[in-house]
Design a protein around this ligand. Sequence first.
Ligand code: ATP
Ligand code: MG
Length: 232
Amino acid sequence: MLEIKSITVQYGPVIAVKEISMDIRQKGITVLLGANGAGKTSTLMAIAGLNDLSHGSIFFEGKRIDRLPAYERVRKGIVLCPESRLVFQKMTVMENLKAGAYTRKGGISGEFDLVFSIFPKLKDRAKQLAGTLSGGERQMLAIARALMSKPKLLMLDEPSMGLAPNLVVEMMAAIKQINETGVTVLLVEQNAFSALKIADYAYVLQTGKVVLEGSAEDLLQDKTIVEQYLGG
Ligand SMILES: Nc1ncnc2c1ncn2[C@@H]1O[C@H](COP(=O)(O)OP(=O)(O)OP(=O)(O)O)[C@@H](O)[C@H]1O
Ligand SMILES: [Mg+2]
């Protein structure tokens, strides 16, 4: 569905991502793992059109997209839910969700049903101002808002960051549920174990390069890999 061919991302002289290639399979969950500064966010931003490539190309559903502006990639169904959990603080939960559907034509009631079934907490808080939500609820809202645009490919940048362990489990279950509705997921995580449990395939980044890739199952079973790359 998404083919990343030897892409390089630079910030001036700093090479954040060096000639990496990935193949994101349709309807799967692919996880991108790696330590701080490995280049995970830079990769997602390049796919979303928020970072330029200095080398390589990106294909989505067979068509080259790496020169399209970010908004046109959104229209094609490529949506990024960034690390920062940005929500419109002065707007209610409901208004935030409606804002997420701005690219949509036609009815969005089906999407409301879907996001409220995945994140029932948001339904209880529909009229609450987003700025008064807890960090975890804000993360749910950011993802729910991304879902309102009916993405084909949903990219999530560290959705479990800062969540208590039981909420990490809930968040992974929610991502699995989203995936089961037919949305392809590209997940960036530092919580390697929780992410691998729901993922089909994984790539491990180290200082801007793919140092390892394989099925999530294989990676979880290989003790030396777990110790070496995934922090024991
Ligand atoms: N706007 C920028 N200007 C200069 N350097 C940057 C910029 N953004 C990122 N970098 C550098 O690029 C490298 C990769 O950063 P990136 O944010 O992609 O890593 P990451 O894997 O997402 O890390 P983290 O787990 O901490 O979020 C880092 O060395 C970082 O300092
Ligand atoms: Mg990051």
